[in-house]
Design a protein around this ligand. Structure first.
Ligand code: ASP
Length: 367
């Protein structure tokens, strides 16, 4: 049954552990967190900003605060769309565009570099109502890869475009094109150089168009490379009961040979169907591809009747761990259940349900 066609009142209660309990019922009108809309669906949204070895001990108070503010601002952008009655797809795109513009995240401006010293961007979206999807990989000139993924879905007969062809398509549909140096950040560049030196690999030339190297060298703001993560993803449920997912990333630092991870692979890093759930993943993409993580989670919900939180835990804490795949996911179901799970020390994340407060987390010991 399509969630958008469901009639009735669905109440959503956020459990103490961050998981959500859903069920039919009439809720006390005095509690704003429990009001329902005319269509019977309360909007909800979850996002991540990457998972990895993200620990308190390697994070300054300023950096911690900057990430929390960015996560809050981004989820607020999605919430604003949903509150006005906008679609889950519009909410996903709005939040991801902000994160693509924020150099803190490994997406758009601030993406990690390839071993050749380039930024190659991957992104995907999927619409749970239509099960249409769009994806791009190896993009170097389109400012917002998430909008390009959406354009592939809506304005081309295809699902996935790569490399210069993807950028050409972006230009042809009027999406903003930038010089590749737009994506450059000193922080990511220094992080690449550190990694390549450690590997004893050749160092690429500083990219054309990049600002000159800082005279006194750069302050070591991330000595442990704790912030080389930062893939972004959003899943949302709108008042019509429709869900959508989107993911955007620069991939893994020092990637070579046109490597593409899970983020733009439908069913691996990104998936949405109103019949089951919407998922966006982050982590070591090769493992997520092998397990088709996003689709597997939704299949557990759809065919085994598992609750969403149980399904994400099954895949992230058991299946992925079994093959040493590090990372995490966020997920949402059409009935309003929200979930996240990660097997790394931290995952940048946030969630909010209509009428409720925004909840932001970074480390594993936060709810
Ligand atoms: N999953 C992304 C990739 O493998 C990277 C990440 O999420 O950190 O490309």
């Amino acid at each position: 049954m399509r969630a958008g066609l469901r009639i009735g009142v669905v109440a959503v209660l956020i459990g103490l552990g961050g998981s959500v309990v859903t069920g039919p019922g009439v809720m006390a009108a005095s509690d704003p967190a429990q009001t329902t809309t005319a269509s019977g669906h309360k909007w909800a949204v979850v996002l991540h900003g990457g998972a990895g070895v993200i620990e308190r001990k390697s994070m300054s108070a300023e950096t911690d605060a900057a990430y929390r503010a960015a996560l809050k601002q981004s989820i607020q952008a999605a919430a604003d769309v949903l509150e006005k009655g906008g679609s889950s797809m519009d909410a996903v795109e709005a939040a991801i565009k902000l994160m693509e513009d924020n150099p803190l995240f490994n997406a758009g401006k601030g993406a990690v570099f390839t071993a050749d010293g380039k930024n190659e961007l991957d992104s995907a979206v999927m619409d749970g109502v239509t099960m249409k999807a769009g994806a791009v990989a190896g993009v170097t000139r389109t400012r917002h890869p998430i909008s390009l993924a959406r354009a592939v879905m809506e304005k081309s007969p295809h699902v996935m475009l790569i490399d210069t062809g993807a950028d050409q398509f972006a230009a042809s549909v009027g999406l903003e094109q930038v010089d590749p140096s737009y994506f450059f950040t000193e922080r990511r560049w220094q992080s690449l150089i550190r990694q390549l030196k450690k590997e004893g690999a050749p160092l690429p030339q500083r990219p054309a168009g990049a600002p000159p190297a800082p005279a006194g060298g750069m302050a070591e703001i991330e000595p442990t490379d704790a912030h080389k993560y930062g893939t972004v993803g959003v899943v949302a449920l709108d008042r019509n009961g429709n869900i959508a997912a989107g993911t955007s990333t620069g991939g893994t630092q020092a990637k070579r040979w046109g490597r593409v991870g899970d983020s733009p692979i439908i069913g691996a890093g990104t998936y949405a169907s109103n019949e089951s759930c919407a998922v966006s993943a982050t982590g070591a993409g090769e493992y997520f591809i092998r397990l088709t993580v996003a689709r597997t989670i939704c299949s557990l919900v759809q065919y085994k009747g598992m609750k969403l939180q149980a399904a994400v835990d099954e895949v992230v804490q058991k299946d992925l761990k079994a093959i040493h795949g590090d990372g995490g996911v966020i997920a949402i179901a059409p009935d309003g259940e929200l979930a996240w799970s990660f097997n790394t020390p931290g995952m940048y994340r946030a969630k909010v349900v209509e009428g409720g407060a925004v909840q932001v987390g970074i480390y594993g010991d936060e709810k």
